[in-house]
Design a protein around this ligand. Structure first.
Ligand code: AMP
Length: 550
C-alpha cells in the first residue's frame, strides 16, 4: 500500500469496519462501543489481514478526544463544577491514591518492578470521559445531578492525570537510579502552567470566544457557525498544548466550558455533534488496534484480576466515597457503575510509561485487556440501574405527563424561566388552557406542582414537541432566550401543525429577523418592551405626568 494513502485507507476501513461491527453489536444487543473496539482489533497488527497505520491511528484518536472533551465542556459550566466540588474533589483524588497503592501492591505480588506497579495502578484509577459521556447521553442523564457528579469526577481525574503525566519522566529517572530531577520544581512548574492557562482562559477566552461566536451567528451562515465552533475547539486545544503545555483534551474542555455561558452553546453542541461522533468512533477503533488478543489465552488469571480491579474494586471505592460524602444510595450506585471503567487517559499514561521504560510491555497489554472488557461490560452494569432509577422517579411523579391528553385549543409555552413562568401565571389567571415544554427536570417538577401539564425535554426534538399536542393547539409561545434554537423549534412546530400561531421572544433585531424568517407570526424584542415600560413609568412620574384635569 503506498504510504501517502495510509490516512485515507485507515479512515475508510476504520469507518467501514466500525460500522459493520457496530451494527453487529447492536443486533446482539451489545453496546456499539464493543463493536468499534472489535473493528480495531481486526484492523490491528495482531490479527491477519489488513493492518492500519500504527502511527496515524493514535492521532485520529486524539482528535476524537479533543472533540469529546469540548462537548463535555459545552455541557459543563464552572457553576456545575463548584456545586459538586465537595463530593468530586476528595472522591476522585482518594480513588486515584487508593487504586495506585493497590496497583503497586498487585505489582509486588506478581513480581513486577515498582514503576510498573505504580503505573498499573494509576492507569486503572481514571475513568474514561468518552465512555461516561456515551452512557450519560444514551440515557439522557447529562443534565441530571448524576451527570454533574460523574462529569465533575472525571474532570478532576483528568486534571490530576495532566499532573501525573508531567511527573512520570522524573519519577522514571529516579526509579532507574539515575540522577533524578527533583520532583517539587516540576510539580510547581506544571501547576503554574495550568494556572496560567486557566487564568488566561477566564480573563481573555471568556470574553473573546462568546463574542466571536455571536458575531458569526449574526451573519446567519450555518456553515460559518459550525466552522467557528470547530475552529474554537481545535484552536484552543492546540494553543493550550503549544503555549502552556496543557493537554489538548483539557484545552478543548475549557473552550467548551467558556462557550457554555454563551446563549449559542446548544447550537454549538448540536453542530459539532456529527463530527464528534465520527471521531469518537475512530478513538475506539484505534484503541482496539493496540490490543493483542493472545493475552487472554496466555495470562487469563491476570486479565481477570485486572478486570476485577476495575469493575469491582473501583466500583466499591467509588461507591464508598460517594456515600461517605453524602450522596444518596441509588445515586451512588449508579455513579459508581458509570465510573467503573477505564479509557483514554489510561492509554496515554501507559503509552508514556512504556516509552520511558517504566512499564513492562506485557503489563500494558493487561491494562488494554482490562479496558476493553470494562468498556464492554459497562452498559450491562449501568442500563438496568438506570431503568430502576427512572421507574422510581416516575412513581414519584416526576415524569408523569399530566392531564395532557384532554387538551384542545390550548397554548403551548416553551420554557419555564424568567419569562415563561410569569406568562403561564398570567395566561392561567385569564382562563387560557396551557401546556408547558421545559428541558430542566427541576423546573418541570415545580410547574407540575402548580398544576401545569408539562413535558420534559428539548423542544427541538419532534418527540418532545409531540407530547404537548401541537396538532390540537391554537398558539405556541417560545419563551426561551436562544433564538437560533427557537427557529428550529418553529420549523418543527409548523410541520406538526401548519395552522398554529407562533409568538417568540427575541433579544436583538437579528434574532427578530431570524425568528420571523423561520415562520414566527410575531417576535417580541424584550429590550424594546422594557424601554416602553420604563417610558410609561417615567411619564407617570412628576413633573412629566400630565396634570390631571378635574
Ligand atoms: P430564562 O433564561 O430564565 O428565560 O429561562 C429559559 C427556560 O427555558 C429555562 O428554564 C430553560 O431550561 C428552558 N429552555 C431553554 N431552551 C429550551 C428548549 N429548547 N426546550 C425546552 N426548554 C428550554
Amino acid at each position: 500500500m503506498p504510504h501517502h494513502t495510509s490516512l485515507i485507507t485507515l479512515l475508510c476501513l476504520g469507518f467501514v469496519l466500525a460500522f459493520l461491527f457496530g451494527m453487529l453489536a447492536q443486533r446482539l444487543r451489545l453496546s456499539p462501543l464493543a463493536g468499534y473496539l472489535l473493528a480495531g482489533v481486526v484492523a490491528g497488527p495482531f490479527t491477519p489481514g489488513f493492518v492500519g497505520d500504527q502511527t496515524l491511528a493514535p492521532q485520529l484518536a486524539e482528535i476524537g478526544v479533543i472533540l469529546l472533551m469540548f462537548g463535555v465542556g459545552l455541557h459543563f459550566s464552572l457553576k456545575d463544577l463548584m456545586q459538586v466540588r465537595r463530593v468530586v474533589v476528595p472522591g476522585a483524588l482518594a480513588r486515584i491514591v487508593l487504586m495506585t497503592a493497590l496497583g503497586f501492591g498487585v505489582g509486588r505480588f506478581f513480581g513486577w518492578d515498582d514503576g510498573t506497579g505504580i503505573v498499573f495502578g494509576l492507569s486503572l484509577s481514571v475513568a474514561s470521559t468518552v465512555v461516561l459521556l456515551r452512557t450519560l447521553e444514551d440515557h439522557q442523564l447529562l443534565d441530571s445531578r448524576l451527570g454533574q457528579v460523574t462529569i465533575g469526577w472525571v474532570v478532576v481525574e483528568d486534571l490530576a492525570m495532566v499532573l501525573a503525566l508531567v511527573l512520570l519522566p522524573p519519577l522514571a529517572d529516579s526509579l532507574h537510579g539515575e540522577q533524578a530531577t527533583p520532583l517539587l520544581p516540576v510539580i510547581l512548574k506544571t501547576v503554574l502552567k495550568i494556572g496560567l492557562f486557566i487564568a488566561f482562559m477566564l480573563v481573555v477566552g471568556r470574553r473573546v470566544i462568546p463574542w466571536i461566536l455571536e458575531r458569526v451567528a449574526g451573519t446567519g451562515s450555518r456553515e460559518l457557525f459550525t466552522l467557528c465552533v470547530l475552529a474554537v475547539a481545535m484552536g484552543v486545544a492546540f494553543g493550550a498544548a503549544a503555549m502552556f503545555g496543557v493537554s489538548f483534551a483539557l484545552g478543548a474542555f475549557f473552550a467548551g466550558m467558556l462557550l457554555n455561558e454563551s446563549e449559542f452553546s446548544h447550537k454549538a453542541a448540536n453542530d459539532s455533534l456529527p463530527l464528534r461522533d465520527a471521531f469518537a468512533v475512530l478513538f475506539f477503533v484505534s484503541v482496539g488496534m493496540l490490543f493483542d488478543p493472545m493475552i487472554l489465552v496466555q495470562h487469563p488469571i491476570q486479565v481477570l484480576l485486572t478486570f476485577g480491579l476495575i469493575v469491582a474494586v473501583k466500583w466499591l471505592v467509588t461507591w464508598a466515597s460517594l456515600r461517605l460524602l453524602g450522596e444518596r444510595p441509588g445515586d451512588a450506585t449508579l455513579a459508581a457503575s458509570a465510573l467503573a471503567q477505564i479509557g483514554e487517559f489510561s492509554f496515554i499514561v501507559i503509552g508514556l510509561a512504556v516509552s520511558l521504560k517504566m512499564m513492562q510491555p506485557e503489563v500494558r497489554d493487561l491494562v488494554l485487556a482490562g479496558a476493553l472488557l470494562s468498556i464492554i461490560a459497562n452498559p450491562f452494569l449501568v442500563t438496568p440501574l438506570v431503568g430502576r432509577v427512572k421507574r422510581r422517579r416516575q412513581l414519584a411523579g416526576a415524569n408523569t405527563p399530566g392531564p395532557m391528553s384532554e387538551l384542545v385549543n390550548h397554548t403551548i409555552v416553551i420554557g419555564y424561566g424568567r419569562v415563561g413562568r410569569d406568562l403561564l401565571r398570567l395566561l392561567r389567571d385569564r382562563g387560557v388552557p396551557v401546556a408547558l415544554i421545559e428541558e430542566d427536570m427541576d423546573r418541570v417538577i415545580q410547574a407540575r406542582g402548580e398544576g401545569i401539564p408539562a413535558v420534559r425535554g428539548n423542544a427541538v426534538l419532534p418527540q418532545v414537541l409531540a407530547g404537548a399536542r401541537p396538532e390540537a393547539a391554537r398558539l405556541a409561545i417560545l419563551a426561551i432566550p436562544r433564538a437560533l434554537e427557537g427557529g428550529e423549534v418553529i420549523a418543527q412546530l409548523r410541520k406538526l401543525n401548519p395552522e398554529i400561531t407562533v409568538l417568540a421572544r427575541a433579544h436583538s433585531e437579528a434574532e427578530v429577523k431570524h425568528l420571523l424568517a423561520h415562520g414566527a407570526d410575531a417576535a417580541v424584542l424584550a429590550e424594546r418592551e422594557l424601554a416602553h415600560s420604563l417610558t410609561d413609568m417615567v411619564m407617570s412620574t412628576p413633573p412629566y405626568r400630565p396634570a390631571r384635569t378635574t
